[in-house]
Each structure stands twice: as structure tokens, then as C-alpha cells.
Design a protein around this ligand. Structure first.
Ligand code: MBD
Ligand code: FE
Length: 283
């Protein structure tokens, strides 16, 4: 992977991700959590930590190192990154227990709302010199009975061919490789973009340092992010991966599923094409 002088630092992307998280949360106006619920869940989390300390015989040195690291995660704005990489997949697993339709996956820290709305056949914004294999991503949105969902929205975002996301890397223009594609009357869409590269957790921040110190790897396989939504249907937040892609079997975020793997085929002109249909359940 190439890095340039303009490569974003962990602090840049962490700070932006924390700001984006706060802005989105403010819009959604979450309800209160009851004292009983807080006591039950936080009590369990603390009990898990206490167990680990007893079983691993954690020392004072280790406890203070953990405290220093936690402070750095906050200062670097990396709580969204850390939690989405190491925790969100289980929250999604629990949420998915009673869901029909296309499999979901984690949202991750790099979603930005209110992107450019595009027609059903559209190209995501790219730079004139955009690198990467041209990808045509097409399909249909249907309900669980097989009926087309006219006008469904495909809110799509992905990394560029160096693995960076617009809005979280200062060298990329706002809105790059992001858009809200509105499907046609038959629920069909055809999106032109480029294939993203695998994503590497920034190695210069606290999450990257933890991964390195533990001897783990910092990679996610290349992926497209999508939220597919339509009035009267449950929105699906998911990701699509690429057959044969590196890290597909060892995603650091454990967010891959076999149902979410694309097999792009060459179109003969340097582009590849992949079809994927989405199934939404009524609310
Ligand atoms: C990503 O691109 C991502 O999708 C997740 C879930 C976490 C970190 C970076
Ligand atoms: Fe991602």
C-alpha cells in the first residue's frame, strides 16, 4: 500500500469519526435507558473485566498501562473506530436474530448522512485521475414476497483504491465515492464506481498500537458499505465484499458473511460488473 505525505493521520480520521458520530446521534434523539437496564448491562461488563483480571492475574503495571491506553483512545477520537471494529459485530448479530431479508453487517465509523442524491443509473463522484478497477454494481431491491420496491434508496459509501474514505482523510474531496442512489420503478439500480482497496486500521493511533502489541493484523477486506431503505420497510445496513479478496477470512472487525460476497465478472473493457439483489422486510 502506498502512503503519501498527505496520508491522513490516525488523529485526523479519529477526530472526524467522533464528530460525525456526535452529529448523527444528535439527529436521531435517542431515548433514555432505564437504571435497571444500565445496572444489568454495565454490571455484566464490569464482572467480565473482574473475571479477566482474576484469571489472568493482571498486575498494577498492566492496570496502569490499560488506563494510559484508554485515555489515548479518547484523546485520539478513536472510540468509534475501536468499538465498531471490536464490538459492533456482536451488536449486529443480536439485532439480526429476528430479521428477514438481506443479511446485515456493521455500520462502521465512516458513514456520513445527506450525501448527493443520484438517479437509478449513476456514477459515484470520482476524481479525474481516480485509481482502481472500474466497477459496475447493479441489481434490484425487492420485498420478502418478491415484489419490486420502487424508489428504494441505496445509500452507498466506500474507500478509494488506497483504502481511504472521503470525510476522514484530508487529501480527499468531500463526497468522493459516496451517494444516495434512488432505484427506479422496478427497484433497479446500476452504480458505476471503482473497486475499493482493503482497509487498514491506522497504525499510528492507539487502536493500531494495541493491534500491533497483541500481534494481531490491522486489516479489513475490501468492501462496499450500504444502507438500503424505503418507506414502510426496515432499513438494511450491510457491507459487500469481493470473492477471493485478501483478508476475507480474517477480517479484524469480524463483519463478513458468506451471503455478502460479490463475484465481479470482467466486461472486456477493463471494467468489472457485479449483480446483487436486496430483499427488504415490511415494518
Ligand atoms: C472500516 O472501513 C469499517 O468498515 C469498519 C467497520 C471499521 C473500521 C473501518
Ligand atoms: Fe469500511
Amino acid at each position: 500500500m502506498t502512503t503519501t505525505e498527505q496520508s491522513p493521520t490516525a488523529h485526523d480520521s479519529g477526530t472526524s469519526a467522533t464528530q460525525a458520530f456526535r452529529a448523527i446521534r444528535q439527529q436521531s434523539r435517542p431515548g433514555e435507558v432505564s437504571p435497571e437496564r444500565i445496572s444489568a448491562v454495565v454490571g455484566r461488563v464490569l464482572a467480565g473485566i473482574h473475571d479477566a483480571i482474576r484469571e489472568e492475574k493482571v498486575t498494577y503495571d498492566e492496570f496502569q498501562a490499560a488506563k494510559a491506553w484508554l485515555i489515548e483512545v479518547g484523546e485520539g477520537g478513536e472510540w468509534p473506530l475501536f468499538l465498531d471494529v471490536f464490538v459492533e459485530h456482536v451488536v449486529e448479530e443480536v439485532a439480526a436474530e429476528n430479521q428477514q431479508g438481506t443479511k446485515g453487517s456493521i455500520l462502521g465509523p465512516y458513514y456520513l448522512p445527506d450525501q448527493q442524491r443520484l438517479p437509478s443509473v449513476a456514477a459515484l463522484p470520482t476524481r479525474p485521475d481516480e485509481q482502481g478497477t472500474r466497477l459496475v454494481f447493479a441489481g434490484q431491491v425487492r420485498d420478502t414476497d418478491g415484489n419490486p420496491v420502487a424508489g428504494a434508496e441505496l445509500d452507498i459509501w466506500h474507500a478509494d483504491a488506497e483504502g481511504y474514505y472521503s470525510g476522514f482523510a484530508p487529501h480527499l474531496p468531500d463526497g468522493l465515492l459516496r451517494g444516495v442512489v434512488v432505484a427506479d420503478e422496478q427497484g433497479r439500480f446500476e452504480i458505476s464506481t471503482v473497486q475499493p482497496a482493503p482497509y487498514q486500521i491506522p497504525t499510528d493511533g492507539p487502536t493500531g498500537k494495541l493491534i500491533e502489541s497483541a500481534g494481531w493484523h490491522p486489516w479489513r477486506p475490501a468492501h462496499l458499505h450500504l444502507i438500503v431503505r424505503a418507506p414502510g420497510y426496515r432499513s438494511i445496513t450491510t457491507q459487500l465484499y469481493f470473492e477471493g479478496g485478501e483478508w476475507l477470512d480474517s477480517d479484524v472487525a469480524q463483519a463478513t458473511k458468506p451471503e455478502l460476497v460479490l463475484s465481479p465478472q470482467p466486461l472486456g473493457d477493463g471494467r468489472v460488473r457485479s449483480e446483487y439483489d436486496f430483499v427488504l422486510e415490511r415494518t
